[in-house]
Design a protein around this ligand. Sequence first.
Ligand SMILES: Cc1cc2nc3c(=O)[nH]c(=O)nc-3n(C[C@H](O)[C@H](O)[C@H](O)COP(=O)(O)OP(=O)(O)OC[C@H]3O[C@@H](n4cnc5c(N)ncnc54)[C@H](O)[C@@H]3O)c2cc1C
Length: 506
Amino acid sequence: MGSGLLAGLGIAVSEVEAPVGLHELKLAPARVPVPSALAEICAGDDYARASHALGKSYSDVVRGFRGRFEHPPDFVAFPRGAHDVERVLEWCSHEDVAAIPYGGGTSVVGGVSPDVAPSYNGAISVDLRALDRVLEVDLLSRSARIQAGALGPGLEAQLAEHSLTLRHFPQSFEFSTLGGWIATRAAGHFATVWTHIEDFVESISAITPAGAWESRRLPGSGAGVSPDRMLAGSEGTLGLITEAWVRVQPRPSHRRTAGVRFEGFLGGAECVRAISQSGLSPANCRLLDAGEAQMTMAGDGSSALLVLGFESSDHPVDGPMARALEICAEHGGAVAEPGGPAGSDAVSSWREAFLGAPYVRDALVALGVLAETFETAITWERFQAFHERVTAAAEEAVLRQGGATGRVFCRFTHVYPDGPAPYFTVLAPARRGEEVEQWAAIKQAVSDAIITEGGTITHHHAVGRDHRPWYDRQRPQPFAEALRAAKVALDPRGIMNPGVLIDPLP
Ligand SMILES: Cc1cc2nc3c(=O)[nH]c(=O)nc-3n(C[C@H](O)[C@H](O)[C@H](O)COP(=O)(O)OP(=O)(O)OC[C@H]3O[C@@H](n4cnc5c(N)ncnc54)[C@H](O)[C@@H]3O)c2cc1C
């Protein structure tokens, strides 16, 4: 997204600002020194501390840009295996030092910031990226045992040696890890059926302060509450995931993509509902409103765009694509792209913009543009009113905080037979030096609207520290008590990522 395109969208950009350099940083002194028993796997230099102090939310990027590393970890541990993880957690429990699991650090919800209560003697990050191997592949069951610190490209390259893929591609794929995906219940970019990482999980190994946790490898099980589902989404509060068996697949060899234009977003949404309830299960079914299509250079701002895709490793997908296009035509859609393999068209423009998004975030801050996203889900019968009210709340907040040139866009990231996952993007001119306050005010207004209108505070970005107030309103109170009790059992000293999801008992 270049400054020219932003200007085309009517979003004012400012003079390019340079970030504060590492040599200019003044970090608070560490509260605890690296213990000699762990010295060979720990680093306490400024670079290690600063690079683990923040995630990748807009407010994190602004803070990093300005050199505001307010809660750096006292040091960073880089365990080489489960035994090292045990040693680190034992030390933390003994010393009352908080342990913040760190995968790729792409959390956009304050999940990796060591911002803990002063009652702790300190806080350290536990960076799992040395655990990056695919350890075993079971070709018969089509599963693989993969270490939690493996980044997307690394694990895919290792699986490719067996002509397999995990087929889980969040937008942050290049920078995030398997353990982070499981801990946050991340969603890949495939739009239907297996959307979240837990759908691919066969079993999980973790180290908790109370001991090792390993579930059985099973294709399915009805044996009570699932241990894997309990760790999925635990956001580092119950233990450290060290590895998992995951379901893998042959790489798809049959692919069809198409772009379909609709006059309005709501008309397109009706069509998406019909497709999602048809049993066709497209791999991609993203509806972009006119502004979002324009922003991704996949449209001129006059119509909504549905990006459709089917793929299979086993059979041609022309039949399902043809039927989906029939449904689009029945709903007034005009096929913009013919449904061939990906080419230089609106679908490709959207894809390029989608894949490039992780790289423009720092540039937006430098250009003085505030950017935030809100991802949620809602059932179809409430969708229209929900979309209207959340959009109105976002537009009002943007107007108040950023003036008349701010913009609000919406797309569907995932769709289910019973409802879509709408994703709102907010762009506004930033007030230099006040971005964090501006961001917080917009976050508050839009998140309030999402919860008031019955949506979820997150479909896949997780809860972290930033979504806590709304997550607390969303979850049933007895469930919160049960979660707290589980945390006491697994983490009696309350050292695991305190403040995320649940507050430890005093
Ligand atoms: C540009 C961009 C695009 C994004 N797109 C998507 C997307 O398409 N879909 C999506 O779901 N998310 C997306 N995200 C959010 C983020 O990438 C996900 O939440 C991701 O799963 C985090 O993985 P990570 O390895 O970076 O984890 P981290 O950010 O390091 O950690 C996230 C949380 O998990 C905990 N954690 C990490 N590793 C472990 C472990 N091994 N054991 C226990 N706890 C652990 C951390 O303590 C923290 O609470 C995006 C983020 C960015 C910046």
